[in-house]
Structures are given as C-alpha cells and as structure tokens.
Design a protein around this ligand. Structure first.
Ligand code: SF4
Length: 338
C-alpha cells in the first residue's frame, strides 16, 4: 500500500463540447463510458494507494446532464481524499441550464475561468464552435449576476495578438472589474501563449514572437519574465547535458481516456505517452510502470540530452516565445514526432 502519494484519477467520462486549437490534451472523441466503470476504476487502484481522489471529468467540467449526482458520486468514490472544484466550470452548461449556476454557488464557487482567443470570429474559430464567443459573454453576465467573478484568460499568438487588445477593451467596456468589486471579488484578465503540446504544438508556426508582445498587454502577460525567445533559449540550453526530467512528487495525477488508456498529466495523450490500458494490463504491472516512469516516451527522453535536442531541433533565428520547460517539452515532442 502506497501511503505517501496522493493519487488523482482524472477520467474522461463526460467529454467536451469544444475542440480548442490550443488543447494540450489533444482532441479526442466524446465516447460514453459504461455507467459503473467508475467503481471498477477505483477498485483497480484501491489495493495500492491509500489516498485517491476521483474525477469523472478530464475535459470540460460538468459537461454531463447529471452533474449534481456526478459530483456527489465523485466525492463518495474518493478514498481518504476529496476531489477539488478548481476555478473551472462549463460555460456551455451555464448558458443552457439555469439550475447550473445555483449548483456552482452550492459548491462554493467564487471564480470561474473563461478562455478567449479574440473577438467573435477568432474565438469561435479557436474554440471550434460557432456561438462560443457569445456564450462566453453570456456566461460572464450570469456569473456576475450570481456573485461569481469571471476570470478571462486569453491565449495569444501571431494571428490573434491585436484582437486580444480588443478583448481587454471589451472587459473594460463591460465594467467587469467594478461589477465584481461590488460583491467583494476581483475580476482578473491575463494573457499567455500556452504550452506547445497537444493541439497547440500544431500552432508553432504562428507562436507569438517576443518582439511582438503588444505594449497594451504587457501588464497582463502572466509571468512575462519567465518567457524567452527561441533564439535566447537555444543559446541558454545548447550546452545543457541534462535530460528532460519528469517528477510527480507526492501528487500523482493519472489521466484516463474513455477507452481506459492511462497517461500522466505531463503532456498530451498520445501513443508514446500511454502507460498502459486498464483492461489489458494486470494492475500490478501497470502500477509498477506508473511508479517507475516506465513509458515509451520517457524512456526515450532518457537517451538524449537537452543539448542534443537543441542541436537537432532548435531554431537559433526564431523569436517565438516560450517558457523554458515548455520549450524543452516542445523539443522532446519534435524528437518523438508525436
Ligand atoms: S482546452 Fe478544455 S475546453 Fe478546450 S477542447 Fe480541450 S478540454 Fe475541451
């Protein structure tokens, strides 16, 4: 029995209405899982881990009609642990189901993060659904009317960088800060380029150039001092003989797809990152692999230094902007070609 690791099982039971172009998990079909699979999954891990938090959603939270029962069941299934709500909710459900905001209040939600990619056309395009932008605005209104602060996060790239300024202006026009202050919460607006895995890996060509950060957005760029241009990163890492390392510490999060493939939450859910399948592997074998990082991608990562990754895949003339760990992961994914 492993007592010092807090395990979170994050299971794609609910799917997602969106197909965001920045989705780090990667796009997956919405496939309904068997109703009693949750108990089967918990029982698979229970003999090995003392603390298990069960989440029935991996993608959009509460994108399931019986979200209320689901939340109660997730808590009941968890072992010596309680699943968290985070600052997330389903904006799809918020605009369709008047009961949903009541549920959010009941579970103590104070802030809900909503993601923009520009104004209507660009946000709809990047979220992958016509009407998504207007739903985000309507959801913001519903939240504020109910004393919950929306938090607007914007993903920025070369295509949408100027429109993100318009999103900031829109938040000012709607007086979101003042209106949230009235009920004692703070409205937050922030901008970042995202990681470079999953679907966002495909947006490398239009990744924001460091010299092109709009001045108006600089105060809202999250951790701006931790971002470098690719040419700076190539220079910083070209003699780094260490390897891309992975460490889940005492908090182990396992993402489980709707066909029961198991992944760490380090990067996207693609073949070489799959630890194993719950139906096809004996629990002891799978747990051994989980604990020992025995995964194809991680085993391959041990055989190549960061310096070699930079030499093979770095672009010393690129001004594209990355956080250092995101860049290392991008190089590794190039090497693995997945
Ligand atoms: S980023 Fe979130 S909301 Fe968008 S497709 Fe991925 S899981 Fe769904």
């Amino acid at each position: 029995m492993i007592e010092d690791i807090r395990l979170s099982l994050v299971v794609d039971m609910c799917g997602c209405p969106n197909r965001c172009k920045h989705c780090w998990l990667g796009h997956m079909p919405n496939t309904k899982m068997k109703d009693d699979i949750d108990e089967w999954i918990i029982n698979y891990f229970k003999p090995y881990f003392k603390h298990i938090a069960y989440y029935s959603w991996l993608r959009e939270p509460d994108f399931i009609e019986n979200y209320r029962e689901r939340w109660i069941k997730d808590k009941k299934l968890s072992v010596e642990s309680t699943p968290m709500r985070f600052e997330l909710a389903s904006f799809y459900r918020l605009v369709r189901d008047p009961e949903y905001v009541e549920f959010l209040k009941e579970v103590g939600t104070k802030i809900v993060q909503l993601t923009f990619f520009g104004l209507e056309q660009l946000s709809d395009k990047y979220i992958g659904r016509k009407g998504a932008f207007n739903e985000l605005l309507e959801a913001s209104e519903i939240l504020i009317e109910n004393g919950i602060a929306p938090r607007w996060q914007c993903f920025i790239n070369e295509e949408n960088k100027n429109e993100i300024i318009d999103v900031l202006k829109l938040s000012e026009k709607l007086k979101l800060s003042e209106r949230c202050r009235e009920f004692g919460e703070e409205f937050k607006f922030f901008v970042h380029p995202g990681s470079c895995d999953g679907e966002n890996y495909k947006l490398y060509d239009i990744r924001l150039n460091k010299m092109n950060i709009p001045n108006e957005l600089r105060p809202y760029m999250l951790d701006i001092d931790e971002y470098y241009s690719e040419s700076e990163l190539v220079e910083m890492l070209k003699n780094d003989e260490s390897i891309v390392d992975f460490d889940y510490g005492n908090d182990l999060v396992l993402n489980i797809s709707n066909n029961l493939d198991v992944y760490y939450n380090f990067t996207h859910m693609k073949k070489s990152w799959c630890i194993g399948n719950l139906e096809n592997e004996e629990p002891e074998d799978l747990i051994r692999k989980v604990i020992n990082y025995d995964v194809d991608a991680i085993n391959k990562a041990k055989n190549i230094s960061i310096a070699e990754l930079v030499k093979q895949f770095g672009n010393a003339t690129s001004d594209r902007m990355f956080a250092i760990d995101d860049y290392k992961m991008y190089l590794l994914l190039k090497y693995l070609s997945d």
